[in-house]
Design a protein. Sequence first.
Length: 181
Amino acid sequence: MNKNFNISNTLSILRLLLVIPIAILLLNGESTSKYFALTLVAVAIASDWFDGYFARKYNQVSDLGKILDPLADKIAIGIIAVIMVIQGAVPLWLMVAFISRDLMILAGGLYMKKVKNIIPQSNLLGKITVGIISVYLLLCILRFDELKTLSEVFLYLSLVFLIVSFALYFINFLNIIYRKV
């Protein structure tokens, strides 16, 4: 059986495809659409957890999965963040930080593939960062006044974790690039 055709990669592809209806629902602007979008975001978050679970449980870690999983996260977060900026719910500077970090990590991964023929795997701190950003974006989609303080806490947590996780990715990048293998 093809190692790339597995449950984990199928879930990552599903998460990528969910971005389209999520974006359409968020751009719709109706309050009922917002709740349908939240439901789909919850499904996407669950699929992210399950794809990692199945990859480890059934030894389905593949090079394609190492690319698809973080790519699905980056695309989903990037598109939702752009929509939230357009709607005034997320500050522009934070969206720029999200997307800049992800583009630099992507560029570093492509460089490692070309120079060392290594596809780096996401690390735990990167996954935690995605989780914190996801909670922040969910709070921004909800836009309840009662959650404003919690939303601000997650805004700054997102920023701290973006910086720390990028530093960890950068250190890992340097270690791989300068390793004499």
